[in-house]
Design a protein. Structure first.
Length: 333
């Protein structure tokens, strides 16, 4: 069975300009996945990595102990790479420029949600890590600036996620399709298990927090009712499945076909998910797998970020389902 390391080396020839640098970054992320996997699987046995940390992040959300652990693990692993010029995390207010000679001469910046769905960790529900890689746009030899992190999603050179569930799986793209690797703890190795993932154009699953229904825009309310109609058309009635962890919900829908929606609401007028840490990497992945991602009106990957922690509504998944939801949004402005 082909390992992640073998796969990375084999694919390196597709990016001759990268000179192995991108491969090195992906190797570091592979190590981070192993470390977080180890500690998540010990979460029920030790109190020093579960529960609240007592600290709020920049979003005003209470950080879990594992949020901070995952954030620091990712940050330290990337700081040790000579290919990485800077790092931005959902858990930290400002980006970090690796202002050393090595960092100033590096070509890439990384944005990450270190532990998506962390509120689920105390009850043993699947969580994940999301990452996004861009080539810097400021001159090599200088420290990176905010400009390097506020690039539209279509400029990503790689993106992926790690889902920690019944098994740990790393899924990523470098712009030539999507591949998934399942972790074998007995070998300490990620093995290619899902080659060239393609999301079905249609599906039967819709994933949305219906407990917020009264706060949603009219177009979303009407789309939910459409999904529930018992009419023999387009796989309806659809099945509602919502875990509350973007990585977990997205991963299921990517394999089975479906749509994930986190819209704007009266309490989140600009949406809740972050464009740079969640929207862009997931949109890059889903498009590479044949799906679609939008804010209900506009392609996610075409949005120009203006803030590091900018929020965005997200409609993502099977192409035909997303387009149907967009139609409801346009007709009910």
């Amino acid at each position: 069975m082909k390992t992640l390391g073998q796969f990375i080396i084999e694919k390196q020839h597709e990016y001759p300009e990268a000179k192995g640098e991108l491969s090195g970054i992906l190797s570091s992320i592979r190590l981070v996945a192993k470390v977080i996997h180890r500690d998540i699987n010990r979460a029920g046995l030790t109190n020093n990595i579960i529960g609240d940390s007592g600290v709020e992040n920049v979003q005003g959300e209470c950080q879990k102990k594992l949020d901070l652990f995952a954030h620091n693990t990712m940050k330290e692993a990337l700081m040790s790479r000579e290919e990485v010029a800077g790092f931005a995390s959902e858990e930290e207010e400002n980006f970090v420029a690796f202002d050393t000679e090595r960092g100033r001469n590096a070509k890439y910046v990384i944005l990450t949600d270190p532990l998506d769905g962390s509120s689920n960790i105390d009850v043993n529900v699947a969580v994940g890590t999301i990452f996004s890689i861009y080539r810097r746009i400021t001159p090599v030899g200088t420290p990176v600036t905010l400009q390097d992190f506020l690039q539209p999603g279509h400029r990503q050179v790689a993106a992926g996620y790690i889902v920690y569930g019944s098994s740990t799986m790393l899924v990523y793209t470098t712009g030539n399709g999507v591949n998934g690797f399942t972790y074998d703890p007995s070998l300490g190795t990620f093995c290619l298990s899902h080659e060239n993932i393609r999301i079905p154009e249609d599906g039967r699953i819709y994933s949305i927090n219906e407990g917020q229904y009264l706060k949603f825009p009219l177009g979303v309310k009407k789309y939910i009712k459409y999904c529930q109609e018992d009419v023999p058309e387009e796989n309806r009635p659809y099945v509602s499945r919502y875990i509350g962890s973007l990585v977990s919900d997205f991963h299921r829908n990517m394999l089975k076909g479906g749509i994930y929606i986190y819209p704007s609401a009266t309490n989140y007028p600009y949406g809740k998910l972050r464009l740079n840490y969640e929207g862009n990497p997931m949109a890059f992945l889903v498009e590479q797998a044949g799906g679609k991602a939008s804010d209900g009106f506009t392609r996610i990957l075409d949005i120009q970020p203006t803030e590091l922690h900018e929020r965005v509504p997200l409609f993502i998944g099977s192409k035909n389902m997303v387009e149907k939801a967009e139609k409801f949004m346009r007709e009910n402005i």
